[in-house]
Design a binder for this molecule. Structure first.
Ligand SMILES: [Zn+2]
Length: 260
């Protein structure tokens, strides 16, 4: 046990000092109201554009999810955006899979990305900020199906918000549709079939959009408040949307809406 403890402490020290050394050596800082942007050699104009964009998204996401109506909601500390110089720098330093262009761990307040990442301002930034703001509100410890987190993040990407319904309708017509109960058990890994990954994201985006736009931001806020209070996912859903006693009720209503 003691040996184990020493090893763990050593590892913790190594992580602490390597991240400290990394921060001390390479990163420049740009602070704004809600964010600290860390960067190396990216041009100052680009960093200013990121700052403006991130601050703008902060307000629109908070408003879209209804969080601005909650008097008790506070955003206590700044989130961090790490801008690596280029794709190689990002992949090597952040240790992400080759297809990744941005990342935030669910529950973390840091985004890692690089300037030339595909869809930087329109997709990537609102998506990752959606993850951070949603979890900042409902709490890190809420045990949610991945499609809830991803659906909320996708909802912030305006282009995908509208396109997702058609993709899901197509999947229903072609018998590829994954019911929500099954979607909740789907694990995405680098080995997952690309078509399944795309459908996973499309369904997540579509069902969250259905909850927010068809039932109103007020109910969605109520659902989030229930999660914040520590209710289990299905209880939080049922308390906010009386019609959905189970996940299958939601699945049925959402499919009915798509078929209309
Ligand atoms: Zn995501």
């Amino acid at each position: 046990m003691i040996i184990k403890k020493i090893v763990i402490i050593n590892i913790l020290f190594m992580i602490f000092f390597s991240s400290y050394a990394m921060a001390a050596q390479n990163w420049k800082e740009n602070r704004s109201r809600h964010f600290i942007i860390y960067y190396k050699n990216a041009p100052k104009e680009f960093i200013k554009a990121v700052e403006e964009s991130a601050e703008g998204y902060y307000y629109s996401i908070v408003k879209d999810l209804g969080f601005s109506r909650d008097q008790l909601w506070t955003w206590d500390d700044r989130a961090q955006i790490y801008i690596y110089d280029n794709e190689d720098d990002y992949l090597v330093s952040s240790r992400q899979a080759g297809w990744s262009s941005a990342s935030t761990r669910i529950g973390s307040r840091a985004i890692q990305t690089y300037p030339a990442a595909h869809g930087f301002f329109d997709s990537l930034l609102p998506h990752e900020l959606g993850h951070i703001i949603f979890r900042e509100y409902v709490g890190v410890s809420s045990d949610l199906p991945l499609w809830v987190d991803e659906g909320v993040a996708m909802y912030q990407e305006k282009a995908k918000r509208w396109g997702a319904d058609d993709e899901v309708r197509k999947a229903i017509a072609e018998n590829r549709f994954i019911p929500l109960s099954e979607l909740g058990r789907t694990r995405l890994t680098s080995a997952t079939d690309r078509e399944v990954v795309n459908l996973f994201y499309a369904e997540s985006a579509s069902v969250i959009r259905y909850l927010i736009t068809e039932h109103g931001a007020f109910k969605f806020l109520n659902f989030c408040q229930n999660l914040k209070k520590g209710l289990r996912f299905e209880d939080a859903l049922e308390k906010a949307y009386y019609r959905f006693q189970t996940i299958d009720d939601l699945n049925k209503a959402w499919m009915g809406y798509l078929k209309k």
